[in-house]
Design a protein around this ligand. Sequence first.
Ligand code: GLU
Length: 511
Amino acid sequence: MERPVRVRFAPSPTGPLHIGGVRTALYNYLFARQHKGTMILRIEDTDSQRFVPGAEEYILESLKWCGIQIDEGVGVGGPHAPYRQSERREIYLKYALQLVEAGWAYYAFDTAEELEALRHEAEARGEAFAYNYAVREKLATSLALPAEEVRARIDRGDQWVIRFKMPENRLVEMDDLIRGHVEVNTSTLDDKVLYKSADALPTYHLANIVDDHLMEVSHVIRGEEWLPSLPLHYLLYEAFGWKESQPAFAHLPLLLKPTGGGKLSKRDGDKMGFPVFPLFWKSPKTGETARGYREDGYFPEAFINMLALLGWNPGTEQEIFSMQELIDNFSLERVSKSGARFQPDKARWFNAQYMHHKTNAELAAVYQPILREHGIEVSDERAGEAAGIMKERAQLITDLWDLTSFFFVAPDSYEEKQTRKYWKGDNPRILREVREVLASIDDFSKEHTEEVVHAWIEEKGYGMGQVMNSLRLALVGAGKGPGMYDVTAFIGKDECLRRIDRILEVLPAAE
Ligand code: GLU
């Protein structure tokens, strides 16, 4: 029988979740859903020094905003609870000791100062210090010291760690679902710490492997930065005797800077004006803030669509994918080996595509909070209608206010350049006449108003621009906006007349 698909997203709560992390979560989710499998959320918080309060909540909220649903794990529960590693601390020592027993690991008693000295000595010789097969039998380890002394040191409370005994000169052959076959000679690797007595906690490597095993994870889909750890992880499965149930591995390509070289960082975002985090973040330690896609005015569906295509290509020209379409089409085989360059323009483009297809009701839902922030209380219908008229010109939700504020607020000043250009000659006088024409119209619908005003312009022999430009100045205060009759119909007759009266009052009829 084929093994049920169980994948996990296993972030460490060390700060806000980078969009690369969101993409990892997304690919896990798509893979799980496509295979009718289970998506697990495990919080890897065994590094107490790097723990940041609020980071876990941020991760949960980000996944929720993105529509990535967790089936099992932190916040949901499940048969392997708890899913927060700090709450599983009793589990790991047993496994570390099992490896010592089997000769795959050993105790090491070196203090931080001793290690520092070793590093310095090596540096003086122009070498880099590595804790490995060459030194482990010469240092304060259970491989070098007599058994009684090891016992005595442990009993009297000396601090120790358990290190993995990386074999010397062995070729580890690995398979990655994205990268294919990979080989590494173990002599290039060091003896990683698996467990520390100081805080009675495992390190990432041990906790990660033990939990993947206990939680019956079938596929590990994670960032490329973990590829160098893969030989160790392979050997840990061997050392525990878990080879048969070892998960398959897939290492995802990095997200690169818009300029190409190097990993996408927060600094790139700050420099070029785009977020690298899903949500706004404020560091509880330093008070430092980072902008987020949500607050910058992106739809979660657009954000997800954009992220999905950063590293995966569907093999067709299709660019717009709903979550369900992503689930149906995703495949690890089509994830690229090379890094995916992040393009801020493309992110905005995706959002614009979603914006243009939103109904007025959907637009109202996202626009109302912004209107309220500006002190505007209107019905959903009015909010949606205004946004709907201008949506073709908007890329981000946050563009909407600039594009539509004149629907709700009369201009309190008039753009200088437009005024100079159009508020001259006969125009103010003609606008006074337009006012009377508008005042005489009962059916103020877009079509009817247009018909009446145009017929009148023709009859009078005025230039269309002569009339329209100063009318726009009066109603909008600037040279922007939609068709003039969209504005008149939206604000209504009384407001039109008020705005015309006001410009005639405040702007002297020049020349
Ligand atoms: N806790 C690791 C991280 O923060 C998880 C790596 C893995 O998925 O194995 O990325």
